[in-house]
Design a binder for this molecule. Structure first.
Ligand code: PGA
Length: 252
């Protein structure tokens, strides 16, 4: 059975608050009633979360953050905690994005701490895993993804009704215009699904969404998202164009 799809737009470090609101105003008419039959979320920069929450009120589209600190509060200059994001209206928080792993020192241990903090604050983590190109060429994709996922999910406790979203994002496909083929993605998604079943039990694990990310575009979304193994998309650059993002949501 296909799960209800989830499409998350990751704006990364793009758009000021005013630009984000203008963007949402252009996006909403293009989405039409898409949010009735799929889950859609937007992840703008921290500075745009407040105004985006207001712009999305009553639309059925959820707010997501791109990162969170693992402690609730403390002397961590420049950081934002999960309870702060929850209060501002976030439903999802992306954790372990490869850009954070590459540029901001997010180790597997940190990803795990952040994931648990997001759950503790009552939100849904969207945890990113994915191999480097060298891993894929060396035939190590499964091993790398499985290890990342196991470490990210270690010691997680889900409250009743809580869930986890996993995004498979091959690092060589992010922002490069090169996407994994639907068959390549499906193979890794199956491995992730099996790991989720083992970690959270058959029923919970089967109900968790596994998204694909990495150069998802309006051109390739239909083919990727029609695969039974792919439950939605984490969209970077194409989410910055309202026509493209709406077309990807439509394809889900
Ligand atoms: P991209 O980014 O769609 O621009 O490849 C995806 C991501 O980083 O989540």
């Amino acid at each position: 059975m296909k799960l209800r799809p989830l499409v998350v737009g990751n704006f990364k470090m793009h758009m000021t608050p005013a630009e984000t609101v203008a963007f949402v105003e252009r996006l909403l008419p293009r989405l039409g009633t898409a949010a009735e039959s799929r889950d859609i979320a937007l992840a703008p920069p921290f500075t745009s979360l407040h105004v985006t929450a207001a712009a999305l009120a009553g639309t059925g589209i959820a707010l997501a953050a791109q990162n969170a600190h693992w402690e609730e509060e403390g002397p961590f200059t420049g950081e934002v905690s999960a309870p702060m994001l929850e209060e501002i209206g976030c439903r999802y928080v992306i954790v372990g994005h490869s850009e954070r792993r590459a540029h901001f020192g997010d180790t597997d241990r940190r990803v795990n701490q952040k994931l648990r903090a997001v759950l503790l604050a009552g939100m849904t983590p969207v945890v990113c895993v994915g191999e480097q190109e060298a891993d894929r060429l060396a035939g190590r994709t499964s091993e790398v993804v499985d290890a990342q996922l196991k470490l990210a999910l270690a010691n997680t406790r889900l409250a009743a009704g809580q869930t986890v979203v996993v995004a498979y994002e091959p690092v060589w496909a992010i922002g490069t215009g090169r996407n994994a083929t639907p068959a390549e993605a499906a193979e890794v998604h199956t491995l992730i699904r099996n790991e989720l079943r083992m970690t959270f039990g058959e029923e919970n694990g089967a109900g968790m969404r596994v998204l694909y990310g990495g150069s998802v575009s309006r051109e390739n979304a239909g083919e990727l998202l029609s695969r039974a193994e792919i439950d939605g998309a984490l969209v970077g650059s194409a989410s910055l164009d309202p026509d493209s993002f709406a077309a990807i949501c439509e394809a889900a």
